[in-house]
Unconditional design. Structure first.
Length: 341
């Protein structure tokens, strides 16, 4: 049977299976909690467990499904072909292609090392690489799925639009500022030619091997993210039930002051986006301005800056420029959204 037919058949079965499970989750957990275990739905404990189990399971299923599908599709990418696409392209077309590629790739150390090594060795401008990295941070696939599950399509589309435009403009601005690679921070590169064998991260053309590779990547990501996701769901449920009514004079609810404070906090704090999104959602339900909430959730995905630092591929002036741009861009977006809403 041709691989494309196998992929289409298995993908269809998996899609319908996930949709069926998603639809059965609320009724199943309500039956278990209130009929089998005899909890009272009117009590705080009953409401807390209902929110945590239903929302948490739905979010976990959605994130797992999307991450697995994205991991499989990433197995099709061959970095030498990506570099051939970007090399020689006009500046703005290169930014757009880098943004699209970055949105499909997570900010992870192996990916960053391979991507940045290949980009720099191929002579691709720093701005295109920055657009790729910024897109990977701002369009964090797990966080986007979490926002889609909790807030719906409208806010998710706004998130993706702002993230893509911000990454595109970021690459352009950094090139305008003449930000360049620092060879001292890239001792393994030395800006020499890198063969395609070193740049390629995917030589797997077998469907079965791609399934296995996708499963391994998904399992690694879920094991890393599951504690954050669980903590975020529990914190969100507790906040919705036990959090007192917010003080309208609090600086967090100020449409001007709250934006830069929360953006800076979530860019610096070592919090996973899957933890931050449900927690911020609870505060959004209590009156946090929508612009502040959105940019705070987006800022939580930029913890990838620390991953870049650890990878030692973007440091010094380049890293500072990217961080300042991200903070300033998200702050301006938050102010504009608060003004409009």
């Amino acid at each position: 049977m041709p691989p494309s037919v196998v992929l289409a058949r298995n993908g269809t079965i998996a899609l319908w299976g996930c949709l069926a499970l998603y639809a059965l989750i609320p009724a199943t957990f309500r039956w278990l909690l209130f009929d089998v275990f005899g909890l009272d739905a009117a009590t705080d404990l009953g409401r807390l467990l209902e929110m945590a189990t239903i929302d948490g399971t739905r979010l976990l299923l959605t994130v797992f499904s999307v991450v697995y599908a994205a991991s499989y599709l990433r197995g099709v990418f061959i970095w030498e072909e990506v570099l051939e696409l970007l090399c020689g392209k006009k500046r703005f077309l290169g930014y757009a292609m880098a943004v699209m590629l970055g949105g499909a790739v997570p900010v992870a150390l192996p990916v960053i090392v391979v991507a940045v090594t290949g980009f720099a060795a191929a002579g691709i401008p720093f701005g295109m690489t920055a657009a790729f990295l910024l897109s990977s941070m701002l369009l964090n696939e797990a966080a986007v799925v979490a926002v889609l599950t909790i807030h719906g399509l409208g806010l998710t589309a706004l998130w993706c639009g702002i993230g893509a435009l911000g990454a595109f403009l970021g690459g352009w601005v950094l090139d305008l500022l003449s930000v360049r690679w620092s060879g001292g921070y890239l001792p393994s590169l030395k800006f020499e030619h890198v063969s395609k064998e070193h740049v390629s991260v995917s030589t797997c053309h077998c469907v079965l091997n791609r399934y296995r590779a996708a499963w391994d990547a998904t399992r690694a990501m879920m094991l890393k993210s599951f504690p954050w996701l669980l903590a975020g769901i529990l914190a969100s449920a507790c906040a919705r039930i036990y959090l007192p009514a917010p003080d309208p004079t609090s600086f967090l609810f100020d449409s001007l002051l709250g934006v830069p404070v929360l953006v800076a906090a979530f860019m610096v704090l070592p919090l996973d986006a899957l933890f931050a999104v449900p927690v911020i959602d609870a505060y959004c339900a209590r009156g946090l301005p929508i612009g502040t909430a959105l940019v705070a959730m987006m800022a939580s995905g930029t913890f990838g800056l620390s991953a870049i630092w650890l990878a030692q591929v973007v440091r010094g002036r380049a890293l500072i420029a990217m961080a300042v741009y991200l903070g300033g861009m998200l702050t301006l977006v938050g102010w504009c959204l608060n003004r409009l809403t």
